[in-house]
Design a protein around this ligand. Structure first.
Ligand SMILES: Cc1ncc(C[n+]2csc(CCOP(=O)(O)OP(=O)(O)O)c2C)c(N)n1
Length: 266
């Protein structure tokens, strides 16, 4: 309520679902910006800053400036879900660079211990966690493939943790629906107690690692090739070519897409 008050809004019993969603979005934006400016209304009361935004009420445990440092925290959260027998899971995203950090590999080992599934530890139930690798092709300037690891796909790592080979997939991270499907598949595996699961999303980082990154390690052509496959542009094309039920107007119009873009931008 205090956040609503701060942005000059209030809720009433006559609010529709859409009204409430809109207000929730405004509160979210306000709290994100408050965090960036070190204000008490920020998600971490202003002490975390941009990189540490977390919202425990929503089950969002936050990010970490120590590359890969959040992965053991995520495994801890997933072990606690297993204890509490809660029907939910942890989604833990980390970069391709992070997947060469010792602490990340130790965390995958911890999450794969045999005792979770062989009955030594109460019920036979694998740790409910999806490890998602956001493989955007570069850590700072080093590339996982052909440079800083000895493998092509990081998803191969999964096979080394579990006698049954941890379920792993390489997913086109530029295809929004493929990403959605893979996460659905992973959650069904986890529901059956056969987690953890490792998903490697192949995507691309258009910008430098930081403002001081001169981008000398890649050429323009590579960038252009990936831009053609950009997740938002290709999804827009897909939407434009899709038929929706007649009750929903049959087709999304370019006007509607533009209105959506404007709304997101605002
Ligand atoms: C333990 C640790 N080592 C090194 C760094 C410096 N560092 C910051 S970001 C980064 C690259 C991370 O790459 P990746 O995991 O692929 O994540 P992305 O930048 O793509 O999000 C590095 C090495 C750090 N913050 N923490």
């Amino acid at each position: 309520m205090e956040y609503l008050k701060a942005i000059g809004e209030k809720c009433s019993s006559s609010d529709s679902r859409e009204d409430l969603q809109e207000k929730a979005l405004k509160v979210h934006t306000y709290r994100m910006i408050a965090e960036l400016f070190g204000k008490a209304h920020g998600y971490c009361r202003g002490v975390g800053g941009g990189i540490h935004i977390a919202d425990f009420e929503l089950g969002h445990l936050g990010a970490n400036a120590i590359v890969g440092g959040h992965v053991p925290i995520a495994v801890g959260a997933a072990i606690s879900l297993r204890y509490k027998k809660q029907n939910s899971l942890v989604l833990c995203l980390a970069g391709d660079g992070a997947f060469s950090n010792g602490v990340v590999l130790e965390s995958l080992n911890l999450a794969s211990m045999a005792q979770f599934k062989n009955g030594l530890m109460d019920r036979k139930f694998g740790i409910p966690i999806i490890f998602g690798i956001v493989n955007n092709q570069y850590a700072m300037s080093g590339q996982e493939r052909g440079e800083i690891t000895g493998i092509d796909y990081l998803a191969r790592r999964a096979a080394g943790f579990d006698m049954d080979l941890m379920h792993a997939e390489v997913v086109d991270g530029m295809d929004i629906l493929a990403v959605r499907d893979s996460v659905k598949r992973a959650s069904l595996i986890i529901e059956k107690g056969e987690g953890p699961v490792l998903l490697e999303f192949m995507t691309y980082r258009y910008k430098g690692h930081s403002l001081s990154d001169p981008l000398t390690y890649r050429d323009r052509d590579e960038l252009d090739q990936w831009r053609k496959r950009d997740a938002i542009n290709t999804f827009e094309e897909k939407l434009a070519g899709t038929k929706f039920p007649a009750s929903q107007g049959g087709k999304i119009t370019s006007k509607e897409i533009e209105a959506l873009k404007k709304r997101v931008y605002e």
